[in-house]
Design a protein around this ligand. Sequence first.
Ligand code: ATP
Ligand code: MG
Length: 421
Amino acid sequence: MAIIKAPRGTNDVLPSDSYKWRYVESVADKTAASAGYKEIRFPTFEETELFTRGVGDTTDIVQKEMYTFEDKGGRSMTLRPEGTASAVRLSLENGLLGGALPLKLYYKINVFRYDKPQAGRYREFNQIGMELYGAKSPFADAELISLAKLFLNNLGIEGVLLKINSIGCSKCRADYQEALRSYFTAHIDELCDTCKSRLQRNPMRILDCKSPQDILLAKNAPKITDYLCDECKEHYSAVKDALSSVGTEFEEDSGLVRGLDYYTKTVFEFIDKNTSLAVAAGGRYDGLIEELGGKPTPGIGFACGVERLFPLIPNFGTDTVPDIYIASIGPSAAKAAFEIAKKLRENGVFVETDLMERSVKAQMKYADKTGAKYTAVLGDEELEKGEAELRNMKDGSACRVNIRNIGELTAILKNEIHICD
Ligand code: ATP
Ligand code: MG
């Protein structure tokens, strides 16, 4: 019978690679902790309305990419396409915004989008995101952007370009939307069908469209930076000053608008210079918390696409290897190895033994493959004397150890005592 394959656009993490994921996640944990961001976890699916309201119903995500289904109770549910809306929902539902502000949160999640699968674009992928609520200060924007950069630096990633822009507030955006509407109306025949429908409701979305002819048209469109009100202009220049003061290099891109409807003021993307794909992106969303039923509260956040980071990470460290492989000759020795392994494991030692009833030679070959640091071979003689030869697989040195003294063996294998050197 044919095997069933994973759905298109999804990825498996194989046993040989899972340590890489743990590495990236642990760097995220450390980076978040360095600025007081606390981890949250939330459901994989939410009521569909959370995303139509929270992401915006003129966005690509909501219009084309959501995995929406009716549950058995007839409710419309959606697999999360991003984390910001859920993070806000979680904060509102649990009263977190009534507590100490600013509220700093982060998450490591899988997300689902019916995207066109290709390199760096999947239907299930992983995001690490950080969100900051309650702070309107430009230093909040700069802290969050710098934290995203620090995360990339902590992973050893180079060759990414930070692009920033300000897309203003609802006040300055009204005039801008009008200017865009008249510009694109003059070119309506050249727009893709989705953008034709966006022209009336949200012409700014057109600037984020991926269709080649829309990208061309967008190049000569009016620029938001010419329409910013004084407050937004001031905020934008304070963010740039703050970034410069800590040496976070950036490039301004007046065409950058991002894919969510509730962004205000600062938006940014970190672009992989080789592929031109965004590895991380975010912005300020001062209207979102109110849109989702909270009091007007500023917010800012970013999410990074973990799969897109992987090719840029120079060194994931190494996976753990067995502290010891205990080989055995014959059934009594196999039983002794089994028992010693159990006791050592209780002490936190990583032990492997033979479960395949193989010859010593084959066992040692396997031990070598696992990268075990030490090996010991148990046979009748070793059982009788209660001693075995412990071999250091790196330098070939060996010494005799008491196999009944689990405490001593543990200490040797954990490098706490050095009888063998
Ligand atoms: P893009 O413009 O590449 O479609 P986006 O604007 O839809 O990205 P966001 O919603 O900002 O992306 O999501 C944050 C990050 O998630 C992106 O910067 C990117 O690194 C990653 N990402 C987005 N879509 C995908 C995908 N289909 N597969 C893998 N990673 C993705
Ligand atoms: Mg997208």
